[in-house]
Design a protein around this ligand. Structure first.
Ligand SMILES: *Cc1c(COP(=O)(O)O)cnc(C)c1O
Length: 471
């Protein structure tokens, strides 16, 4: 109890030289509030502690904690993560990391004024929707384009504009749910359109669509089953067939493509997913896809297709609520320019990771494992470190059944403390996310970005050799 009397009062701490210098950098009120919190905590702890402490010890304890607390709270909660999982489009890790052209554009437009809604040649008000449109038209071959907040918004806007109050025909095999509670039936309901399911889970024929068409039908809709595959005794209607039927019946066709692939990746083993250009050529009236999946850009919902429908969408009030801001537009322009006049498989990180050749990947894994072996040569915490073949994934719902052969490093620990170590690594800054295979830690090198290797080695050392000292 004697300890409690030695806790310095707020006023006294605030006069401390270190704290005065803290107040120069942080809001005074914020420092006082944090200090009160720290004093409460210290008081509670000291009540439980019978050992008598020096006044100076208590004072320095309060100060240390205050500094730590202030530093911790003066950062946002969003923080960097090193992705060693080998899942390239990790939905929980922000999907696509941006390329440098996108980042430069974003910084330039964010820092300065810009012509977001200004027609500079006429000197009058312009439209924000013109910016990426021309690029998208040139790259995809579509007549027109529009960008909204994300693909869920794009689908909703398309359905609302083209089919509110009327019927939309969808195959039962395509009533998809995407992570984060995007469900076709629910989105349909929100859009005001009525869902008409046809066919069965595994088989849908063009005759099923045809039989469902009536005077209230507004749209034929196909959703790419991006995160699962129906295999075996199954049949889906091809987009071309659906478009042909639509033309005969004077109905538009819409394709929710999910991951918008803009360049052919088949020579890297990524086959069987249609590109946006293929869907345009198949004659779909509207195609929607995400900006931050295989396209490798910022979160956005991209709509390309026939001009009359896109124009109607631009006039829809919903568009105002779903619109993208200047930072997204600039990041998307920077990314799309890479497709038009750059080298996407080299400069768009997602594509670079997916198309990197095996020799290069293997060399990266060999190098990382040898650096780790050196660093931990004296360690008694580790049983073995070796480079191994791993199976990586595209992620983001794309190519759900496809495993990409890759390389990585496998670490086997002496003690059974992988759970604890993985957690410690997640709590560091940046955080490190690894994979686990039985009792071993796996580090896939495919998803490591420039500079990640060096950091990762230090982080493992910190956790195993310093924090793990008492294990
Ligand atoms: C990912 C996906 C969506 C949702 O896209 P977001 O950009 O995450 O809103 C919708 N439909 C399909 C087929 C998808 O793969």
């Amino acid at each position: 109890m004697k300890n409690l009397k030695k806790i310095p009062p707020v006023d006294e701490i605030m006069l401390d030289e270190d704290i005065i210098s803290l107040v120069r950098r942080y809001n005074r009120n914020y420092v006082v509030i944090s200090l009160r919190q720290v004093l409460d905590e210290v008081r509670t702890e000291l009540k439980l502690n019978d050992e008598e402490l020096d006044r100076e010890v208590i004072r320095s304890m309060v100060k240390q904690r205050l500094l730590r607390e202030i530093r911790k709270n003066s950062k946002g909660t969003l923080q960097r993560v090193i992705n060693a999982t080998g899942v390239v489009l990790h939905t929980n890790l922000g999907r696509a990391p941006l390329g440098s052209r996108a980042l430069e554009y974003m910084q330039d437009m964010g820092k300065h004024y810009n012509n977001l809604e200004m027609n500079l040649s006429k000197g009058e008000r312009g439209s924000r929707y013109v910016h990426v449109e021309e690029l998208l038209v040139q790259i995809t071959g579509a007549e027109a384009a529009l960008v909204v907040n994300n693909n869920a918004a794009a689908v909703m806007l398309g359905l609302n504009t083209m089919a509110a109050g009327r019927e939309v025909i969808v195959s039962r095999g395509q009533l998809i749910e995407i992570g984060g509670a995007f469900r076709i039936p629910e989105v349909m309901k929100m859009s005001g359109a009525t869902l008409i399911e046809v066919g069965t889970t595994n088989k849908t024929y063009i005759s099923d669509y045809e039989a469902a068409i009536n005077e209230n039908t507004a749209l034929l809709f196909a959703a790419h089953t991006s995160n699962y595959k129906i295999v075996g005794f199954s049949e889906e209607v091809k987009l071309e067939e659906m478009v042909k039927l639509g033309k005969e019946k004077n109905l538009p066709s819409m394709q929710d493509l999910g991951s918008g692939i803009l360049c052919d990746l088949s020579s890297w083993g990524l086959r069987d997913e249609p590109t946006v250009q293929q869907c345009v050529n198949a004659g779909a009236d509207i195609i929607t896809f995400s900006g931050d999946k295989l396209l490798g850009g910022p979160q956005a919902g991209i709509i390309v297709g026939k001009k009359n429908y896109i124009e109607a969408m631009k006039k829809n009030q919903l568009t105002r609520a779903l619109r993208v801001d200047k930072l997204i537009i600039s990041a998307l322009e920077g990314t799309l320019l890479e497709y038009l006049c750059g080298i996407p498989e080299r400069n768009i990180p997602v594509l670079q990771m997916l198309t990197i050749n095996m020799d290069e990947l293997e060399a990266k894994a060999i190098k990382l494992s040898s650096v780790l072996q050196d660093k931990f040569s004296q360690s008694d915490k580790i049983e073995s470190i070796k480079y191994v073949q791993v199976e990586d994934m595209v992620g983001g719902g794309a190519y759900p059944t496809y495993r990409i052969p890759g390389f990585g490093v496998e670490i086997k620990l002496r003690e059974n403390n992988l759970e604890w170590i993985s957690q410690e690594l997640r709590l560091m800054e940046p955080a490190l996310l690894t994979r686990r295979q039985e009792d071993k830690m796996l580090i896939s090198v495919r998803t490591l970005l420039a500079g990640d290797e060096e950091k990762l080695v230090e982080m493992l050392y910190e956790v195993l050799e310093k924090k793990g000292e008492n294990l």
